[in-house]
Each structure stands twice: as structure tokens, then as C-alpha cells.
Design a protein around this ligand. Structure first.
Ligand code: SF4
Length: 414
């Protein structure tokens, strides 16, 4: 039986129907703009300055979301070598290599899902290096291909305490994007429109946080694998009313599940934290494995990374600078450990899974002794699973299964 035909191990979430419509509309709107030129399109990194782009009237497309789709549809692994062949190493971000491979091969998962032939053509590319340098090089490839500007924000990295000078610097860099964006869009910057996008993004973030924190309930009404799917609008539609409406709907459903005692994993016995990137091509298999072990992954750094509730429409530039600099991925080990310790207080998990993603050192936090320090500090075990976000050649399903089962046994032995 193919995994597609297997019964989902967890109770389906009703809001998924609305989610599918939102994601479809997002891609159809971009496709129409790309074909007709009726609206300008900005490509943006997933934690880039999306509010500014929306506030300036751009439709916003996120290549990392496309990368995740390439991973989830398992198209990525065979497309990566085409990017390797033109010099992009198999060791760098496999979102980048699979996305460029897909472009070179003129393939996209959007065709099967939405009958869309290709990703939308950009008018401008806008990045923030807060997450990694790969995004800058990824966009540089497309800037050459499409002959459009690639502009960005260069963020300080590995920061312990955020200082005012960090914020002032980033706020100024965001402001400095405006003249080029005005030139591309042919429209003058409108402060009120920008503030409105910031306000909607803030509201989206507050609701997304509330949805994620609903998993603190015991038993949890949903899990990490659900959240990786339902985070779609927080990534691609933040700064729009549609995203706000969606998370109001989802939150109401999650609250109802809590009130009725509906568990994501029937008979929930263990609760875990997932640290690192999802393994997109194995979400279903892992979800089934954890369900069979009566284990719910209740929280993750990854899904929390789209909470930007520092945003403040009264101080749009400064608050954007703060929201996009205070992020987990931008911080030092001490901050990250405190962050996970706070999550432990809230979500009461019994252990931590670190995913060491071969091609994303930026989102692999097991490499400098953090699992060992957290185990000691929190008194709970941790394991590391070797794998990758998109390149399944780096992942051994058998080995992961054995390690996870042994880890749960260890929990059982207490
Ligand atoms: S953070 Fe990792 S997965 Fe994301 S774009 Fe950078 S290298 Fe790729």
C-alpha cells in the first residue's frame, strides 16, 4: 500500500479545507500576475521583510516554500544533481539546490497541484541574511537569470543580547530598500499602507503563537507534523487579512478540541520537542511512526520561527528590525538553550529530538554540545537524527526508526 493510501494516524483538522483554498489562491494570483503583468512580484526569503513588500503593493512569492514543496513531493532528491552540475555543491542548502535544479529542468510541484506551468517571474528579489548566507547566493542566481535586482538586509548573526545599534542598523537597511522598490513598482511608498501590513502581520503572529501554544494542553490537540502544514499562511500570507482570518478559524478549532478532550495522538503517552528542520519527504512516515509509539511532538523551533509578535504598526521599521533580529536562528547558543528551556516549562515534553540536517548547519543545533547541555540542565534525554530537509540521500529511514524506537524505550524505562 502506498503511503498516500494509508489512513492518517491522527485526527484530521477541519480547517485544512480552508488552508488548501488559501494556498491555491496564493499561487493562482501569482501565476496570473506573472503571465499578465497586472501586478509586480517580489520574491522574498521566508523571514525577509514581507510586510514592506506587501505594504508597497507587491505580490510576494517565497522560494523556500517552493523548496519545501519540492521536498514534500519528493521531487527534490532527483533535481539536486542538476544544480550540482553547474557548480552548486551538494553540501549547501538543499532548498537552494533543488529549487535551482527544478528551474533548470523546468519542473515544479505547482503543475501537479494547481496546473501551473512554472514559478512566477520576479520583478525584484529581496532577502535577509538573518537565517543564512545561502539565501543571498540563491537569489543572486535568479537575479542573473531574470536580469532583475536582488537587494537585501545583512543581519548580525550569533548574537547574545540584542543592542540598540543592531536594531537601528537593520531598521535603516530596511528603509534603504524603499527607493529601489519604488522604482520597480512605479508607486510611491505609502506609510499608512505599510503600517496596515505590519498590523496584519502582527495579528497573524499572535494567532499563530496561540495555535502553537495550544499544544501545551495534555493531551495535545495537534502536533508538529500538522503545524508544518498549517504554518503555510504564516509564511506566505502574513501581512494579509486572509492569514488573520485563517488563524482565527484554526485557533477556534484547536480550542474546541481541547475542550472536548480530543487528542492528536490517541492515548498520548510521551511528548517530545523537535529541534531543527523538518524532513519534508518523510513527514507522513515519521508522523505514523510517532503515532504508533503513542508519542506526540508538541513543539518545535521550526514552527515557532514565524512568530513575529514584536511587530508594532506605530514603529514599523524598528519593530520589523527587532522581530527579524530577535529570531532564534540569529542568536547564540546560550540564548537558544534558554529558549528551549522555556519551551520545556510550557509544553512539558519528555525528551528532545535534534535533527542534524546535512545541508543546513544554520538550523542544526546539535553540533556544539547543546543536546548534552540541555539533557543535563532539564534532566531529560535527547537524540540526534541524521538527515536533511530535502536531500533524502542523507537520510536512512531504517536507522532513524531504530534510533527513535530505542529513544522511546529509554523513556519507558524512565
Ligand atoms: S536556513 Fe537552511 S534551509 Fe533555510 S535557506 Fe538557509 S541553508 Fe537553506
Amino acid at each position: 500500500m502506498s503511503s498516500q493510501n494509508k489512513k492518517l494516524p491522527t485526527k484530521p483538522i477541519e480547517a485544512t479545507k480552508t488552508l488548501k483554498k488559501i494556498m491555491a489562491r496564493h499561487f493562482y494570483e501569482l501565476d496570473e500576475a506573472s503571465r499578465t503583468g497586472n501586478k509586480k512580484i517580489a520574491w522574498c526569503t521566508s523571514v525577509g521583510p514581507a510586510e514592506l513588500l506587501r505594504g508597497m503593493g507587491f505580490l510576494v512569492y517565497f522560494p523556500e516554500n517552493h523548496g519545501a514543496l519540492l521536498g514534500a513531493t519528493r521531487m527534490a532528491t532527483e533535481l539536486i544533481p542538476y544544480a550540482n552540475a553547474i557548480g552548486y555543491s551538494p553540501d549547501i542548502c538543499s532548498y537552494l539546490t533543488s529549487d535551482i535544479g527544478a528551474y533548470l529542468q523546468k519542473k515544479t510541484p505547482l503543475t501537479k497541484a494547481y496546473n501551473i506551468k512554472s514559478v512566477p517571474r520576479p520583478d525584484v528579489l529581496v532577502f535577509n541574511t538573518n537565517q543564512c548566507r545561502d539565501v543571498q547566493d540563491w537569489f543572486a542566481f535568479y537575479a542573473r537569470e531574470f536580469n532583475v535586482p536582488s537587494i537585501g538586509v545583512y543581519t548580525h548573526r550569533d548574537i547574545a543580547k540584542i543592542k540598540d545599534y543592531h536594531i537601528q542598523d537593520i531598521a535603516k537597511q530596511i528603509q534603504d530598500l524603499i527607493p529601489i522598490l519604488e522604482e520597480v513598482s512605479g508607486q510611491k511608498f505609502d506609510m499608512d499602507r505599510f503600517k496596515e501590513a505590519v498590523a496584519l502581520s502582527k495579528r497573524t503572529s499572535e494567532l499563530w503563537r496561540a495555535c502553537l501554544e495550544s499544544a501545551a494542553a495534555i493531551p495535545s490537540p495537534w502536533n508538529f507534523f500538522d503545524a508544518t502544514i498549517h504554518m503555510g499562511p504564516a509564511v506566505v500570507a502574513r501581512g494579509t487579512k486572509e492569514a488573520v482570518d485563517y488563524y482565527e478559524l484554526l485557533l477556534a478549532e484547536l480550542k474546541e478540541r481541547i475542550e472536548q478532550g480530543v487528542a492528536s495522538i490517541e492515548g498520548e503517552k510521551y511528548r517530545l520537542y523537535w529541534e531543527g528542520m523538518p524532513i519534508w519527504g518523510k513527514l507522513r512516515a515519521l508522523s505514523e511512526l510517532f503515532a504508533s509509539l503513542k508519542t506526540c511532538i508538541v513543539a518545535s523551533t521550526y514552527c515557532n520561527s514565524w512568530i513575529f509578535d514584536q511587530l508594532d504598526p506605530e514603529q514599523p521599521f524598528e519593530s520589523m528590525a527587532r522581530a527579524y533580529t530577535e529570531l532564534f536562528i540569529v542568536r547564540d547558543e546560550g540564548y537558544k538553550e534558554d529558549y528551549i528551556a522555556n519551551c520545556h516549562k510550557l509544553f512539558k515534553f519528555h525528551g528532545i529530538i535534534f535533527h542534524d540536517a546535512k545541508t543546513c548547519p544554520n538550523n542544526s543545533n546539535n553540533r556544539y554540545g547543546m543536546p548534552e547541555r540541555l539533557t543535563k540542565r532539564l534532566g531529560i534525554p535527547a537524540i540526534t537524527i541524521n538527515g536533511d530537509l530535502n536531500d533524502l540521500r542523507c537520510y536512512s529511514e531504517e536507522q532513524a526508526r531504530t534510533n527513535i524506537e530505542a529513544f522511546i524505550e529509554q523513556l519507558e524505562e524512565g
